[in-house]
Design a binder for this molecule. Structure first.
Ligand code: TYD
Length: 206
């Protein structure tokens, strides 16, 4: 495939979305073809799955169903958006991907990293990112400053979000060279600069 697949990862409120917005503007200015997308969602089917996943009324949802729904949304996303964009030579920037499932379902829900990797390998037919920018900040700090009503995942307690962060920290060690860790506790401009540097370095093949 000709394109480059880059994922943005990190806890809720870690600054992924602000980074995505800022960097999209720069890529456009540089004349680089890109596709910006996010999970869960990114397709019509995926957005419907997202609504099911984040609905606070779905208290009865089992952890396995949750993991499979994230994987189903991802399967559709890969087929309908990510692979075609990569084949067209785009830089694909995706907010959240398999690492989110490892952290939230594998560690947060305690389903285990191995099982999550297995279902996601099936869902994506083995498509892994070329580069991941991990915005590192403990979600127990950032959730407090998030505006609006919390969704089903955000509503989980500090224990859950602590395990998610722990999971991220464990999992990123397993992909040396593929994951750049960005200190997201720094001021917003500094976080942006660090992410931008890492991304442009990768695009230059450094
Ligand atoms: P979203 O509002 O997109 O989160 P944020 O803006 O903080 O990135 O909500 C997505 C939620 O779904 C978020 O709490 C993380 C969770 N999630 C998983 O649990 N597993 C996954 O595989 C993905 C992609 C997201």
């Amino acid at each position: 495939m000709k394109g480059i697949f880059i994922t943005l990862e990190g806890a809720d409120g870690s600054g992924k979305s602000s980074f995505a917005k800022g960097i999209a503007k720069e890529l456009a200015e540089l004349g680089i073809l890109y596709t910006m997308t996010r999970e869960p969602g990114g397709t019509e089917i995926g957005e419907q799955i997202r609504d099911i996943l984040l609905d606070n009324d779905h208290e009865e949802m089992g952890f396995r169903a949750e993991a499979l729904l994230y994987a189903a949304s991802r399967a559709q996303h890969v087929k309908e958006v990510i692979r075609p964009a990569l084949e067209a030579g785009h830089v694909v920037l995706c907010e959240r991907y398999i690492l989110s499932s490892i952290a939230y379902q594998g560690y947060g829900r305690r389903l285990g990293e191995e099982k999550i990797l297995q279902i996601n390998d099936f869902a994506t037919d083995g498509l892994m990112p070329d580069l991941t920018l991990f915005f590192s900040v403990d979600p127990r700090h950032t959730l407090a400053r998030k505006a609006g009503a919390p969704d089903r995942l955000e509503e989980e307690g500090a224990g859950f979000h602590g395990r998610v962060y722990e999971g991220y920290m464990q999992a990123v060690q397993r992909y040396p060279g593929k994951v750049v860790i960005i200190d997201a506790t720094k001021p917003e401009e500094e976080v942006f600069r660090a992410g931008r540097e890492a991304l442009l370095r990768h695009l230059r093949g450094e």
